[in-house]
Ligand binder design. Structure first.
Ligand SMILES: C[S@@+](CC[C@H](N)C(=O)[O-])C[C@H]1O[C@@H](n2cnc3c(N)ncnc32)[C@H](O)[C@@H]1O
Ligand code: SF4
Length: 357
């Protein structure tokens, strides 16, 4: 039985230039139909998960009645997260969330600096982010995450400090702080190429500032890009990082069960037509080898701030590279476990890549 259920809602008001997720703009006329299809898929799955994550896209763009229907169809779970864009959070929507059993909201703030929100093509203004936080707190959402992006074209050190101060003032339970990833060949990269290069040079210092400031504000740096107050880890994402199986429902959603990885195709029409005909959605299936799954497990597990028990994974680790990295103060290997040091965590991608066989 899979312990984690992901539900994808692809609709957005506007496609932000940097975004590479499965999203569609417009399509108001098919949103209710899409929710019907999700409900049918959820019922067919008969899942009994510990955690559910409704992500997007913009799940909170759904009409209140559609969002309520979707939430009512989900199985009970200890943690139910919904991703929301600040400008869509009204008191009525927030009540739908709480009444639908949502325990956690992940709010896409990205920045509190108007010129950076413009570069990112975000709709919400800083005051709308603050208002969304207030509304969600008033209705009693148990756990609130804010997403931040740093390394944005035009961002100065002072901008970053202002963003971190704005986050600290709102005191969310959880913060995800992502380095901006700009895909080569996209409109965004074309437009901001030179400035992206300058940001890349500043990234390491920015990352150190993010970690130091959030830790100073009382957050635990429990994963490469994630920070929480005690007891507010995202259990759903911890499931991914710990290599648990998960089931994905909706257009473009991914499932991993044992060695089978299933990717629902991204086309909305094909998805709707298949589910409405009582069939499984169009899917691409990949069979992973035990080594591939083990390598993923290592790469994800080493992102956490607790040692990774190697057990059967030890054969995937290059012992000599490990010793070199340990001598360089990047990792610690003892009693069959592996953990990155503080310095190693800042260079996690490179350190982990270098110790894999
Ligand atoms: C699935 S996205 C969408 C959530 C929501 N629609 C929004 O935009 O606020 C979840 C988070 O991923 C992060 N993200 C998306 N694209 C990114 C990129 N290219 N680089 C870094 N972070 C990104 C953002 O912080 C975003 O809030
Ligand atoms: S609102 Fe979120 S999911 Fe939609 S395009 Fe923007 S970043 Fe992507």
């Amino acid at each position: 039985m899979t312990r984690h259920l992901y539900v994808h809602v692809p609709f957005c008001a506007h496609r932000c230039g940097y975004c590479d997720f499965v999203t569609v703009t417009g399509h108001e006329d098919v949103r209710a139909r899409y929710v019907d299809a999700l409900v049918a898929e959820v019922q067919r799955a008969e899942a009994a998960p510990e955690t559910i994550f409704v992500g997007g896209g913009t799940p909170s763009i759904l009409a209140d009645r559609d969002l309520a229907r979707l939430l009512a169809a989900l199985p009970a779970a200890a943690e139910v997260t919904v991703e929301c864009n600040p400008e869509t959070v009204t008191p009525a929507k927030a009540r739908v969330l709480v009444e639908g059993g949502v325990t956690r909201v992940s709010l896409g703030a990205q920045s509190f600096r108007p010129h950076l929100l413009d570069v990112l093509e975000r709709r919400a203004r800083p005051e709308q982010i603050r208002s969304a936080v207030r509304i969600l707190r008033e209705v009693g959402i148990e756990s609130l995450n804010l997403d931040l992006i740093f390394g944005v074209p035009g961002q100065s050190g002072a901008d970053l400090r202002a963003d971190l101060a704005a986050v600290a003032a709102l005191a969310p339970d959880h913060v995800s702080a992502y380095e901006l990833e700009a895909k080569p060949g996209t409109r965004f990269t074309h437009r901001h190429g030179r400035e992206l290069g300058r940001q890349a040079e500043a990234m390491e210092a920015y990352y150190e500032e993010v970690v130091a400031t959030l830790r100073g504000a009382g957050y635990r740096w429990y994963e490469t890009a994630n920070f929480c107050r005690p007891g507010h880890e995202c259990r759903h994402n911890l499931g991914y990082w710990l290599g648990h199986d998960y089931l994905g429902i909706g257009v473009g959603a991914v499932s991993t069960v044992g060695l089978e990885r299933r990717r629902n195709r991204p086309g909305l029409r094909g998805y709707l037509e298949a589910v409405e005909a009582g069939m499984r959605p169009p899917v691409d299936v990949e069979l992973l080898t035990p080594d591939e799954r083990g390598t993923e497990r290592l790469m994800l597990g080493l992102r956490l701030d607790v040692p990774l028990e190697l057990n059967g994974l030890a054969v995937l680790v290059d012992d000599e590279a490990c010793e070199r990295m340990a001598a360089a103060g990047m990792l610690v290997r003892e009693d069959g476990s592996l953990a990155l040091t503080e310095r190693g965590r800042f260079l996690a991608n490179d350190v982990v890549a270098s110790v894999l066989r």
